[in-house]
Design a protein around this ligand. Structure first.
Ligand SMILES: [Zn+2]
Ligand SMILES: [Zn+2]
Length: 176
């Protein structure tokens, strides 16, 4: 048997046993790692981080219907305070892999395998927030000095600096 280059992807699920047997199905459970660029600009699953995928492959007349769930942790940057953000993801997916490419189907079976990578990638990207925040009420950064307001809720300008902090202020100026 000749293995194609694509057969090395861990996201390929062999379904030879289900081909042409409508009504039959098989569960799968895969411990994978994230491919490159699994995410969007500000947030995504780092390449190589664990991605757990489980689901069911069902043989239907048109091809193989694959449905399941992928779990991973996305990391990114808070859009308000630039602090680190971790987002646990559990996304569901369902896709029909057709025996032949037609107008109605985007995915097809190749070499008796279905390739889950694009399906999982689409589901993960859809689940990611457009503007990630470290917490819903993150106050962001001070517009005047850029300090993280979450670390210093009483932060304000336009007042004389508390004398207890003046020594620290000098240190700051010296480093500039
Ligand atoms: Zn934040
Ligand atoms: Zn400030």
């Amino acid at each position: 048997m000749v293995m194609s280059a694509a057969a090395s992807s861990p996201y390929l699920l062999p379904i030879r046993d289900l081909v042409g047997k409508p009504g039959q199905s098989r569960a799968f459970d895969l411990d994978l790692t994230a491919p490159a660029e699994l995410g969007v600009r500000l947030v995504g699953v780092p390449e190589g981080d664990p991605v757990h995928v489980s689901g069911l492959a069902e043989s239907v007349h048109e091809g193989i219907l694959v449905s399941g769930e992928a779990a991973a942790t996305a990391v990114g940057e808070c859009g308000r305070c630039l602090g680190a953000v971790e987002i646990p993801l559990e996304v569901e997916f369902q896709e029909l892999f057709a025996y032949s490419v037609g107008e109605a189907f985007d995915f097809c079976i190749e070499d008796d395998c279905v390739d889950l990578e694009q399906v999982i990638r689409d589901a993960v990207v859809l689940a990611l927030p457009f503007q990630p925040v470290c917490r819903e009420d993150c106050p962001g950064l001070c517009p005047e000095c850029g300090a993280r307001l979450a670390d210093d809720p009483a932060h304000s300008h336009g007042q004389r600096i508390d004398p207890r902090w003046s020594a620290l202020d000098q240190v700051r100026f010296e480093t500039e």
